[in-house]
Design a protein around this ligand. Structure first.
Ligand code: NAI
Length: 352
């Protein structure tokens, strides 16, 4: 039995995580859910957007399935974090969003994004199947920027051997585990000889330990061009934080956009699975949300915990429902609601 902390989230979050839970339970995977609430609702009841109970639950489960969470607009967003312990005081910390706050607080250093074509999902390509490993903790996103004077700003790009080794090892281990064959390392070492040079050299050094995985390196701009010309030739992409951020969305666009894109954030002994989309306040509570990205995120979670059979069953049922047009949600040109789409997958799981 695997324990999972389930964060329903805001907006369409409860609908799409609810759908994922129903399907996970129908798949036969042995899961025990602990519900945890973060954000505005948690603040109303506990005074903290990230209360100690949530961290306590995650300490028990080390596994999080998270719905999207609302972040108020405006520059100075502060997150009230309450870490458990004898002095569980509430500390205000500066983070751009609640989702990022949770990734940082839990030390999740890899962002994993599978990109796969599904039948009857409108897109330009039919047979894309790759996975992106994005380093999640450094590069230009360390937040070290300054104004030199009113007309000049600069920012630090930080690359370390340690962070590069750990994401590279994760990527190669993952490729082996899921039977994928080739990793392409994205870089701009021809221009940024020290930072991207260190990134490339370190990733290539790690690759030496995995002779069964083919390694390839591409300058990032050329990689982007090849991705839009022949995406089906790529298998695994290993990217720094900034390139990974941009290329992830480019690749989501190759298979139908952000609405169908799942994701995972993974650390040394903890992982969090979440869809890429947000809370979609315009359709929340209307049974209009497409739960596909959330369902695919939970499929990733199953693979992570070694429940590969259940993951394959859900993935196949989802493909069949789309391929046979049994239920297609509105965002993909159909008319099915969240519940009808979910039910169609459950029926397939039962009949397969
Ligand atoms: P959004 O992804 O919520 O919505 C953009 C558009 O896509 C909307 O038209 C929405 O209806 C549609 N959409 C999104 N997901 C859909 C789904 N599953 N099915 C059908 N249509 C879907 O992005 P937006 O509007 O920029 O952000 C809204 C809120 O979500 C903000 O508060 C933002 O901070 C938060 N957000 C949270 C994230 C997280 O928790 N990981 C990630 C991105 C945004």
């Amino acid at each position: 039995m695997h324990r999972v902390t389930l964060i329903p989230g805001d907006g369409i979050g409860p609908e799409v995580t609810g759908a994922a839970r129903v399907i996970l339970e129908a798949s036969g995977a042995q899961l025990d859910f602990e519900i945890a609430v973060i954000g505005q609702e948690a603040e109303r009841t506990t005074g903290s957007q990230m209360p100690a109970e949530v961290f306590e639950s995650i300490e028990r489960t080390r596994l999080v399935l998270k719905g999207p969470t609302y972040t108020p607009f405006g520059g100075n967003f502060r997150v009230k974090v309450q870490r458990p312990g004898p002095d569980a005081s509430i500390e205000e910390r500066s983070y751009p969003s609640l989702a990022i706050a949770l990734r940082k607080e839990l030390g999740l250093y890899v962002n994993l994004r599978p990109i796969k074509s599904y039948p009857n999902v409108p897109s330009r390509y039919r047979n894309v199947d790759l996975v992106i490993f994005r380093e999640n903790s450094e590069d230009l996103y360390v937040g070290n920027e300054r104004m030199i004077d009113a007309d000049t700003a600069e920012g630090i790009k930080r690359i370390t051997r340690g962070a590069t080794e750990r994401v590279s090892r994760f990527a190669f281990d993952y490729m082996r585990k899921v039977g994928r064959r080739k990793i392409t390392i994205g870089h701009k070492a021809n221009v940024m000889k020290m930072t991207d040079g260190l990134w490339l050299k370190t990733a290539q050094d790690v690759a030496q330990g995995y002779p069964d995985v083919v390694v390839d390196a591409r300058v990032i701009d050329a990689l982007c061009m090849e991705l839009v010309i022949k995406p089906e030739t790529f298998d695994g992409l290993l990217l720094t934080n900034l390139y990974g951020d941009i290329v992830s969305d480019l690749c989501a666009g190759l298979v139908g956009g952000l609405g169908v894109a799942p994701g995972a954030n993974i650390g040394a002994d903890c992982a969090m699975f979440e869809a890429v989309h947000g809370t979609a306040p315009d359709i929340a509570g209307k049974d209009m949300a497409n739960p596909m990205a959330m369902i695919l995120s939970s499929v990733l979670m199953l693979r992570y915990i070694g429940e590969g059979d259940a993951a394959d069953r859900i993935d196949a049922a989802l493909s069949q429902v789309l391929g046979e047009k049994l239920a297609i949600t509105r965002d993909l040109g159909g008319s099915a609601g969240t519940k009808a789409f979910t039910q169609a997958i459950v029926e397939k799981l039962k009949s397969n």
